[in-house]
Design a protein around this ligand. Structure first.
Ligand code: HEM
Length: 137
């Protein structure tokens, strides 16, 4: 069984039951938690208002070089010795892909196909991510 510790809060995510449990409840359900693998929930960390005030607000200034934040408050590629080996490549690829796309297109959400969140180590969508692209000029 796999479980996730939710952000810096003591919660476990039970992937079999597909729900987040407070640690106390998880202990009651799983006993001493032996045999349960526990992982940091990156999504919950990035949505924890104690770590990121107003987490749902798009605010690129959070990432300004002079913006104060904890070294491990942003962990999309995990951290420590076993962090993502493709981090630099992925970040460069992502920036190029986003920049070239936004140069040519305006992106709009498709309200008929809203992504259904799928909690995994790297957060996913159950039904894909559909967008309308409108060519600029
Ligand atoms: C946006 C893209 C990516 C994200 C968000 C991401 C995220 C992650 C995360 C969170 C881990 C840690 C997994 C764990 O602790 O169990 C990881 C590990 C890893 N990633 Fe990525 N990754 C990305 C792209 C890539 C790319 C492009 C490559 C290869 C070219 C790659 C190769 C790996 C490998 C080999 C590991 C295992 C490292 C180890 O265990 O020592 N990843 N990644």
């Amino acid at each position: 069984m796999k479980a996730y510790v939710r952000g810096v809060h003591p919660f476990l995510f039970n992937t079999q039951a597909s729900k987040v449990l407070p640690l106390r409840e998880a202990r009651a359900q799983f006993g001493a938690l032996s045999g349960v693998s526990v992982t940091l929930s990156i999504y919950a960390l990035h949505h924890n208002p104690k770590v990121w005030p107003n987490p749902e607000v798009f605010d690129p200034s959070r990432f300004a070089s002079d913006s104060p934040r904890h070294s491990h408050s942003f962990l999309p590629f995990s951290g420590g010795a076993r962090n993502c080996i493709g981090k630099q490549f992925a970040m460069n690829e992502l920036k190029v892909a986003v920049a070239l796309t936004l140069l040519r297109f305006e992106l709009l959400p498709d309200p008929t196909r809203v992504p259904i969140p799928l909690p995994r180590l790297v957060f996913k969508s159950k039904n894909g991510i559909y967008l309308h692209l409108e060519k600029i000029h």
